[in-house]
Design a protein around this ligand. Sequence first.
Ligand code: PLP
Length: 424
Amino acid sequence: MSYKINTKCVQSGYTPKNGEPREIPIYQSTTFKYDTSEDMGKLFDLEAAGYFYSRLQNPTCDLVAAKITELEGGTAGMLTSSGQAANLFAIFNVCEAGSHLVASSSIYGGTFNLIAVTMKKMGIDVTFVSPDASEDELNAAFRDNTRAMFGETIANPALTVLDIEKFAKVAHAHGVPLIIDNTFPTPVHCRPIEWGADIVTHSTTKYMDGHGSCVGGAVVDSGKFDWMAHADKFPGLCTPDESYHGIVYAEKFGQGGAFITKATAQLMRDLGCAQSPQSAYYLNLGLESLHLRIARHYENGLALAKFLNDHPKVKTVTFPHLEGDKYYELAKKYMPDGGCGVVSFEVEGGRPAAEAFMKKLRLIAIETHVADARSCCLNPATSTHRQLTDEQLEAAGIPAGLIRLSCGIEDAEDLIVDVAQALE
Ligand SMILES: Cc1ncc(COP(=O)(O)O)c(C=O)c1O
């Protein structure tokens, strides 16, 4: 029986049997006990399914990963300690020293640094492409050693919308998977796998947790990418792993299981970015109301974007689902029921006006966060990008008067009243 997405948010991942706890149990244990060393040996050899050490796998984390996997429509999934770790694992599972990645330039700054600076030090090269690039331009970015393509459904903070079908078509023409960070719309509003994405990642720290309580991440495999058909490109999946008894992941675990098994058995074992079972429990509480919250976040975002769009003290408003936005058509195509609650806008008067505006806010807090139940905002020029001059900010497409506002799930009227009085 396949349930609707709202039901999956509430019920997927964990179905208690007769007499078992209704609530997902927290297995607060680093280790697990066995009757014989043979039993444990089978786990180490990946001959039997089970748990031996919570750095690799923990039952609570797996139940929550199973829910996110169902929400995205994938075949296997895993939790990670953060969204950064999720993107690192997704990319590093197919790329190695000497590999090349094609990535959208419109992505979260932390991911940009991960790819452009840290992965470069690991020997992985990158070509950034505009999210608006034509098919020809995208094709031109590929090389013989390209191993993956990467982008964000709705990018943080630029709020560009990725043409997932176009990116998937080009990635597949070059025999590599498309990895999509789907943090902002969540699977309630967009399921990239349905549009051709192969791997989906999340910063669960954002809407999935939804209450600003736990940092976390997730990786989901669609099970659709045929690794063996491109075995020369993906030796890590298609040739024996000497660090794991010569296992060939794509042979032993098939198309649906190879990617996540390798990421768990190899990357989690060696890099150890595991999510704690306690955090996974909180994440599940967030997921149980995700469908209700994301709808309200979006409604509030749209209401505020419309208000700002008509305001004389506001120069520009960016919200993909606002009619007239550059990404309106793509937003409607990929997210017919709505996107997320993040709006960005530029006030007349630059940096001093933005600072004065934010000082006057009563309900909306100043934070470096987005995507939790309480509305918050920041002015990049005086916070995340304060080392840049006004001229450098303009060049980077971040005007000094720009404010990024993450609408929470309060009453839209109260948010508008707060913004209105601060603008006055
Ligand atoms: C789209 C996106 N991906 C990844 C991350 C990184 O996630 P985390 O902060 O959980 O490491 C963020 C954080 O803001 C994000 O917005």
